[in-house]
Write a protein that binds this ligand. Structure first.
Ligand SMILES: [Fe+2]
Length: 301
């Protein structure tokens, strides 16, 4: 039944629940991506009043628009200043990752050939991900609405920004940028169970009613963005929002956070705010567990 109804949001070839290899030919046309609203630069962004920064961000965002017409990713010729922001943040996070990140994440950075000295290109990450789990990245020029963003995961595709945060605040960005995507999200797609889990969320988003979509958004938030995992008697981080931010990662292991065992019903009903440091985080026992409970949940839609 799920197969018949999956095309509700994206009018393209249905992908069955057990198809974990989505070929390029099975993808919807990127040029048909419809977004109600793509985030421009909010006034609270550190670069909002920096004309040069705005122009540069618009230029890189333009490459993502070009991708939708051509299907070809344009590598970004990052400037020395941009590479400097990456070096600073990646270097600061490295030591914290060694102590706090899930083991598979540390392995993944190595498998992907990550360097703290150079911003990776989406095209090169795609080559490695294709070999490992068949996941892929597609450039996008900003934050899009929840259903559209999550639905693309159904095609083992994550929409990813390419521009980088403002140099005045290297440790902070109010919107996704290449630091958040590449340090936070991309390595997690090298794990088959995690990649499959992400795809299930995508399947769910394509057929969810509004209430279920909100639930999926919370599930995504407390796992993909802020997830913790039990590993050999210790708690480790795998969420992108944690792994890409020194402040969030330190906070997650501090005394002000309640780290609760993962309870599916509780998580999908737990409201959160985007801006605050999270007071409650959830600890999963394994990625395969997450995949199994999520499958059952979306099969109930
Ligand atoms: Fe994210």
């Amino acid at each position: 039944m799920l197969t018949e109804t999956l095309s509700a949001t994206i009018d393209e070839p249905a992908v069955t629940l057990d198809n974990f290899r989505v070929a390029d030919e099975d993808l919807p046309e990127f040029r048909d991506m419809k977004f109600e609203d793509i985030n421009q630069l909010d006034l609270d962004h550190p670069g909002a009043s920096d004309e040069e920064y705005r122009e540069r961000r618009n230029y890189i965002a333009g490459l993502a628009k070009k991708f939708r017409d051509t299907g070809e990713i344009t590598d970004v010729d990052y400037t020395d200043e941009e590479q400097g922001i990456w070096r600073k943040v990646a270097g600061q996070l490295e030591e914290l990752h060694q102590r706090r990140a899930s083991q598979f994440y540390l392995d993944a950075k190595r498998d992907l050939g990550f360097s703290n000295d150079r911003i990776p290109q989406l095209s090169e990450m795609n080559c490695r991900l294709k070999e490992l789990t068949g996941f892929r990245l597609a450039p996008i020029e900003g934050l899009v609405e929840t259903r559209a963003f999550l639905s693309w995961l159904s095609f083992r595709t994550m929409l990813s920004t390419q521009y980088i945060r403002h140099h005045s605040k290297p440790e902070y960005t109010p919107e996704p940028d290449i630091v958040h995507e590449a340090i936070g999200h991309i390595p997690t797609f090298t794990n088959k169970n995690f990649a499959d889990y992400s795809q299930f969320i995508g399947h769910g988003a394509r057929i969810a009613n509004d209430r279920q979509l909100e639930e999926l958004g919370r599930l995504y938030w407390f796992t993909v963005e802020f997830g913790l995992k039990e590993e050999d008697g210790e708690i480790k981080a795998y969420g992108a929002g944690l792994l890409s931010s020194v402040g969030e990662l330190e906070h997650a292991f501090g005394n002000e956070v309640e780290r609760r065992p993962f309870d599916f019903e509780e998580v999908i009903n737990h409201d959160f705010t985007y801006s605050d440091l999270q007071p409650v985080l959830y600890v999963i026992p394994s990625y395969s567990y997450l995949k199994d409970v999520t499958r059952k949940y979306i099969e109930s839609f």
